[in-house]
Structure formats: C-alpha cells, structure tokens
Design a protein around this ligand. Sequence first.
Ligand SMILES: [Zn+2]
Length: 149
Amino acid sequence: MTELFVDPNNTSYRPDGVYGKVIDDIKKDGVCPFCPENLTKYHKNPILKEGDFWLLTDNMYPYKGAKHHVLFVHKKHIQRFEEITNEAWSELQDLIRFIIKNRNIEGGAFLFRFGDTALTGASVTHLHANLVSAGSREKDREPIMTRIG
Ligand SMILES: [Zn+2]
C-alpha cells in the first residue's frame, strides 16, 4: 500500500482549481511535500523562522479572505498529536507568540488537524498547524471558510 501524503479530495477550499492541480501533481510524484527533503520543491515561500521542531512559513495557498495564513510545519514527518514531544509543544507556543507579535496580529484562529484526512479535511497529511487572520474589522467582509472532515 502506498502511503498517503496528500489528499486531493480536500482541496475544494480553493475553488479556482489551482491548488487541486498542485496536490494532484504531488500525489503523482508520490512524495510528502512537507518533508524537509521535498519542501523547497513544492513550497516557494521563505521560512520565517526555524526551530528545533518546526518551520514557520506563509501558506502558498491561503484561505480566501486571509490577510495572514501562517503554517507551522513539524520538521519530522509525523501525522498525529500523540507523536509531538513536550519540547515540540513548547516550541510551538513560542512560535505562535513570535508570529503574533512579529505581524502584530490582533485576532484570528489556530487550526490544527491530525490523523485521517477523511476526518480532518487536510490536503497534506504531514502534521502542520494553521494560524489564520482576516486582519480587518470591516463589517461587510466575508468570513474565512475552511474544511474540517
Ligand atoms: Zn512529510
């Protein structure tokens, strides 16, 4: 059985189809796009900060309406919360604080999917977290929507 690194069924949050094509191509390549040896091939945004356990970078395909969509990518290929060490959880807290302060983000959401993509809605199985903010208080602004499950 081939390991599932990406799930093209969960790319509908980008209705223009661009992201779906990218994930289809990665699936054909049969590699994990977030593992360190592959990351720069598929991810062209700079690494904002690198810790012992996580990389911080802007999402290449942010949710519609997001001013900030930052990814926290675990450096080692894991897919479940149970695999995160206490030290890695601690570093994640530090990185969240860093980006909030660095970008002066006044509010947003932190989304962290884990496990089976049929249940999570994730397009990449390699454990990563999303920090998303609309970054404005406009009353008529559309809400940012994403998929879970
Ligand atoms: Zn990986």
